[in-house]
Ligand binder design. Structure first.
Ligand code: ATP
Length: 322
């Protein structure tokens, strides 16, 4: 059952645990219990058709695991993923175009492959015309189809990945750090291309990044993750104008040259705790300058009835309009 008629993806109480126990013989000898890592620990969000939701957070907070759960590469340990689109029209773009393109195939064949899978029996002349068109769409030329991936720069390779994804006629794209391997100037070009394609083709994006400045101009809604959970979700402009969660503020403070008004730069050091043994209460409390007793004992929840504007924080929810 869909909660929202315009939602293409609904994720509810999603969990993914990994067994990270030592091998059974070591456990037996050393009398160690099994260990479970909670990579995704009760995540929910919706994405509306034609929009971009960004998942942002430090390395290890569970972003890629969510991408793999949504694309079906991992099975959930709990919760639900409801995709209201056509599963065959869900594609993924990865961070590392070097690793995701077959080095022994010419670009034309790489881009043609999803097309041949989607529409078997398409005449070769038609496939080739479509490949040429896709290469032009992403800012390459048809003659580039004759080359191998190693003959291109990082940005061009990511354009090839995008052309390949488009060949599968997607309606939904999961983009896992698509520009983080690229120089800043090239990053902007690829992001602009993705934005243009989204508009022209009515695409929906789940966009993953560790960098808030990258998603600022891409996302309609930003979900900030910490240790397997979403701690805050807000429409992008609101998140930048009035971040609620202390962790979001920490992330914003690390963006250089942000034109936002200067906030109190409270030092918030400390390491991200291990997802194998997260702290009790709010996972962020050991690093949080606002933490009080309740934060150490009880886990803050986000209110489920408001989809795009929620914060899981006892200290800020009293003042927040959520
Ligand atoms: N197959 C696996 N087996 C065991 N642990 C895993 C596995 N995949 C991910 N993890 C762990 O789950 C947690 C979340 O990892 P994930 O890759 O989703 O984070 P991330 O936010 O995408 O970080 P990064 O940007 O570094 O990939 C990490 O602690 C990671 O070590």
């Amino acid at each position: 059952m869909s909660l929202r008629p315009d939602a293409i993806l609904e994720v509810d109480a999603l969990e993914r645990r990994f067994d990270v126990s030592a091998p059974w013989l070591n456990r037996l000898i050393e009398r160690k219990p099994r260990r479970t890592l909670r990579a995704v620990d009760g995540v929910d969000f919706i994405i509306r058709r034609g929009q971009t939701l960004a998942l942002v957070g430090e390395s290890g907070c569970g972003k890629s695991t969510i991408a793999k759960l949504v694309t079906g590469l991992h099975a959930p340990s709990g919760g639900a993923i409801r995709f209201h689109g056509d599963r065959d029209r869900l594609q993924m773009i990865f961070q590392d175009p070097y690793a995701s393109l077959n080095p022994r195939w010419r670009v034309g064949r790489i881009v043609a492959e999803p097309l041949r899978t989607l529409r078997p029996g398409t005449p070769e002349a038609e496939v080739s015309a479509r490949v040429d068109e896709l290469l032009r769409t992403v800012g390459l030329s048809p003659s580039d189809g004759l080359k191998f991936p190693h003959e291109f720069s990082g940005g061009q390779r990511q354009r090839i990945s995008i052309a390949r994804a488009l060949a599968g006629e997607p309606e939904f794209l999961v983009c896992d750090e698509p520009t983080s391997a690229l120089d800043v100037s090239v990053q902007a070009q690829v992001l602009n291309l993705m934005k243009r394609l989204q508009k022209e083709m009515d695409l929906t994006y789940l966009f993953i990044s560790h960098d808030l400045s990258v998603v600022r101009h891409m996302a309609d809604v930003i979900a900030v993750m910490y240790l397997g959970r979403i701690v805050e979700i807000q429409p992008t402009a609101d998140l930048f104008a009035s971040p609620l969660h202390p962790y979001t503020r920490l992330l914003l403070e690390t963006i250089p040259d942000l034109e936002a008004p200067k906030r109190d730069r409270s030092p918030m050091g400390g390491e991200v705790p291990s997802p194998v043994s997260p702290p009790p209460g709010c996972s962020f409390h050991p690093r949080c300058p606002l933490a009080f007793d309740r934060c150490r004992a009880e886990r803050p929840q986000r209110r489920p009835e408001v989809h795009d504007r929620r914060v899981a924080c006892f200290a800020c929810e009293e003042t927040a309009d959520v």
